[in-house]
Design a protein. Structure first.
Ligand code: COA
Length: 353
């Protein structure tokens, strides 16, 4: 069982006192079209190769007890050598389409959030569109690191609300094993590969998928980055930890305020799944009860922008998430970039396969 970090622990680590909810800088603009966006289906895909903590401890100076206590992670999945990430991403999209009761022909826009595309160019999205049979659909990659899925979801909702697209596939897909320094015990334990997707289309529900608090601070870039030449993630772990908790809490308070809700209105809080202690600390600061928190790092580790759709998919399978639920999403990543959004889960009741 991973330790829970209390507010006092955070203050001792040098964290600022409880962040005040960020001031509301802009109200959600009225949607001129009257259209609303909603989330319809979810899908996920994981590679078959499992790397346990024991596998890492066999070659680095670390151990299962330390990793579980500090991160909550027991194992992670890695793509097979030569396996394209697009294959995994496309599988998650096909499952999301089935779950939504839609077909590839319905898709007019594919947005893939990734920092680990198979090639520098072209991006992953055109390959995903091809693999799922969304011929001719617009297809674009988004790079906002571990916050990328929220940015992509925001863009998908905006396309639907403006009437520029009817049905958008939003996929987070990462092969972080390609960016990991497998000799560095401080980071080698943290990351895994995976893909998750949701379908966004015009919806009926009040809250839908309509407004996100998104922010950035480029001055913090040197705390978490990968250089083009080196292609290895470098990180000041404890600094990143401190900022991740504070920024996700701030953004979630602000998103709740915009939605006219409070933390106790959340049926589920789904934060970027980097480390169970970060998520538990953020939930404690927000005042969200532990049973309303999605914790999905144990078997998949940090899958960057795939982590939120993977956690949504897992939460639904575990019966923790039901159609109509009010869900708080929060993410934080390299940039720094971060954000939060309050969404209503699924427009219509649909039984997952
Ligand atoms: N096994 C054993 N010991 C390890 C270790 C490992 N895998 N990794 C680091 N250590 C050691 C360090 O060398 C250090 O030893 P020292 O005190 O002798 O110098 C000690 O553990 C403490 O290191 P520190 O980095 O301060 O640990 P931590 O409690 O901050 O935990 C992380 C490290 C990486 C787990 C934690 O900082 C973290 O999760 N940060 C955020 C990571 C993240 O989520 N990044 C992505 C955000 S999108």
């Amino acid at each position: 069982m991973a330790d829970v970090v209390t507010r006092d622990d955070l203050l001792q680590l040098g964290a600022r006192p409880a962040p005040e909810p960020a001031p509301v800088r802009r109200r959600w603009p009225p949607r001129p079209t009257g259209l609303r966006a909603g989330i319809f289906g979810v899908g996920a895909a994981l590679p078959e190769r499992v790397i346990t903590n024991a596998d890492i401890a066999a070659r680095l100076d670390t151990n299962d007890e330390w990793i579980v206590r500090r991160t909550g992670i027991r194992e992670r999945r890695n793509l097979a050598d030569g396996q394209p990430l697009a294959e995994l991403a496309a599988r998650s999209c096909e499952r999301a389409l089935i779950d939504a009761g839609r077909s590839a022909a319905d898709i007019d826009h594919v947005i893939v959030s990734t920092i680990t595309a198979d090639r520098v160019t072209p991006g992953l999205a055109p390959d995903v569109a091809l693999r799922i049979g969304a011929h001719g659909a617009a297809a674009v990659d988004v790079n906002a690191a571990c916050a990328g899925f929220l940015y992509a979801l925001d863009q998908a909702a905006a396309l639907v609300e403006s009437g520029r697209a009817r049905t958008v596939l939003v996929c987070g897909a990462e092969a972080l094993s390609r960016l990991t320094d497998h000799e560095d015990r401080g980071t080698a334990i943290l990351f895994g590969d995976g893909a998750g997707a949701v379908v966004v289309a015009g919806g009926e529900m009040d809250l839908g998928c309509g407004g996100f608090e998104l922010h950035s601070d480029g001055a913090a870039a040197d705390l978490l980055y990968a250089e083009v030449d080196e292609r290895k993630l470098r990180m000041e772990g404890s600094e990143v930890y401190r900022h991740a908790v504070a920024r996700m809490v701030e953004a979630t308070f602000a998103a709740l305020e915009r939605a006219g809700l409070g933390p106790t209105d959340l049926d589920l809080f789904v934060a970027h799944q980097a480390n169970s202690r970060i998520i538990e600390a953020a939930a404690a600061e927000l005042g969200v009860a532990p049973e309303r928190v999605a914790l999905h790092v144990e078997h998949v580790a940090n899958t960057s922008s795939a982590s939120i759709p993977l956690a949504l998919w897992q939460a639904e399978r575990d019966g923790q998430l039901r159609p109509g639920d009010t869900v708080g999403l929060a993410a934080f990543g390299a940039g720094f970039v971060w954000g939060a959004g309050i969404v209503r889960w699924k427009e219509r009741v649909h039984v997952c396969a």
